[in-house]
Design a protein around this ligand. Structure first.
Ligand SMILES: [Zn+2]
Length: 447
């Protein structure tokens, strides 16, 4: 499809008001099902969603590598051969320590127009909104040329091979789609005098590595006759901590800076230019200008009185999409010139991007135009990664992270995710349902 998407008919906002209660109850029910990963037990949520969706006539499949960790895939089949749109989400959560919370993390309590509980923001809220969107559309007789698919996957938080990673491999036809809406964006930021809605379109690669420094062991009471690997590692850790990549402005950061600053500054000026608009803009841009190296773990001797002959330093490394581990290794070698160590890559995940120029972008932008005409929609490169990269890698899917949020302050939301007192505003939950129905309306307009 070419050009800007404008819905043929006005979005059915009136119907959405009554869906607020439906999404509220469903989210409360989902929060009450404990899916802390590990162990996950996501089948609890998958089965609950299946009975909810089947009541509205949505066909569901459960795909599970092990019985207790099912992935749910629901679908309104297309009536032609149009593009498929996948509403993607994950049903597992990180753990919660009830002692830190004001309310029981699995209560799903409704208080002051907020639903409380682990996963409310990350991301059972979007799970519930997606389920309500597809269920309500099915009841209204929704038809589009392509499939509208909803996948609620296990095991995103740990990534041990039970969720989407396994699904794209074992049951690719279940989730294959040209377009995908996932978590990872939708914040409304006020930067300077204007509001911006961010939609994540790309993610850095997570590629941690281990540096091993060798020495010679000995008794700790006689340090001079040994060669302490821990002491040898100290200057290496320091130099890693000081590492700064040559700044570079990729396409997402360029679009972000153009919108926020009014023009695109030189890479070396990007942080200063962003800060001149708002400190938060600088915080957003800063880790996105290059590869970051963060030493996070160190192990040496297992005994207090033994000088270690080996010290392992684990480095969290995040690489810009379009760059390789080999390129980064060359930079590490340069930064540590003169030091002796072995470097071993541990794994590599993510580092993918979708084009900003796509029909799905028009869908997101047209929604923002509808709810806040004076605001701008801007792409964002995520410093972390989500399940979107499995879709991009397996099928070349255009995958964006967007779940609109305007009532809760983005700073508060960022603080609550993976933390105590996680909760979502009912207004934001309802706005999410509205957006997902808007995206589906676009599919149906392709006829
Ligand atoms: Zn998440």
């Amino acid at each position: 499809m070419q050009g800007k998407y404008a819905p043929a008919v006005a979005s059915p906002d009136t119907a959405v008001g009554s869906l607020r209660d439906e999404a509220t109850s469903l989210l409360q029910e989902l929060i009450r099902l404990d899916t802390v990963n590990p162990p996950g037990n996501e089948t609890l949520v998958a089965e609950h969603l299946r009975s909810y969706l089947e009541e509205s006539g949505v066909a569901c499949e459960l795909h599970a590598r092990v019985p207790e960790r099912a992935n749910l895939v629901a679908r309104i089949p297309g009536v032609g051969d149009g593009p498929r749109l996948l509403l993607l989400s994950h049903t597992d959560t990180v753990l919660a320590d009830p002692g830190e919370w004001q309310l029981d993390p699995w209560s799903g309590e409704l208080r002051d127009d907020q639903i409380w509980g682990r996963g409310a923001l990350d991301m059972k809220g979007q799970v519930a909104a997606s389920a309500v969107a597809i269920a309500s559309l099915a009841r209204e007789g929704f038809e589009a040329p392509g499939d509208l698919i909803f996948a609620a996957c296990a095991d995103e938080e740990v990534g041990a091979g039970f969720g989407l990673q396994w699904l794209v491999d074992a049951h690719p036809d279940a989730v294959r789609a040209e377009y995908c809406i996932n978590e990872g964006g939708g914040d409304r930021l006020v930067l300077g005098s204007r509001a911006f809605w961010v939609c994540s379109t790309a993610e850095k690669m997570s590629a941690p590595f281990r540096l091993t420094v060798h020495g010679r062991s000995g008794h700790a009471s006689r340090p001079k006759i040994a060669d302490n690997a821990l002491v040898r590692a100290a200057p290496i850790v320091e130099r890693l901590g000081e590492f700064e990549d040559e700044p570079e402005v990729g396409p997402e950061v360029e679009a972000f800076l153009r919108a926020v600053c009014g023009s695109v500054p030189a890479p070396a000026e990007a942080i200063t230019a962003a800060r001149a608009v708002h400190p938060m803009a600088a915080d957003i841009v800063e880790p996105l200008l290059g590869t970051t190296l963060t030493p996070t773990m160190i192990t040496a001797s297992q005994k207090r009185n033994v000088i270690p002959n080996r010290c392992d330093v684990t480095v969290d490394c995040r690489i810009l999409p379009g760059h390789t581990q080999q390129e980064v290794e060359t930079k590490v070698v340069e930064a540590l010139e003169g030091a002796e160590y072995d470097l071993e890559w541990i794994e590599a995940q993510g580092g993918t991007r979708s084009p900003v120029d796509s029909p799905l972008w028009d869908v997101v932008e047209s929604f923002v135009d509808e709810v806040e005409p004076e605001a701008a929609t801007v792409p964002l490169l995520l410093s972390g990664f989500t399940d979107s990269h499995w879709m991009r890698e397996a099928f070349g899917t255009v995958a964006y992270g967007f779940f609109p949020m305007r009532t809760m302050e983005p700073e508060l939301a960022a603080r609550l995710i993976h933390s105590a007192d996680e909760r979502i505003e009912l207004d934001d939950l309802e706005l999410g349902v509205r957006f997902l129905r808007h995206a589906a309306a676009w599919m149906s307009s392709l006829r």
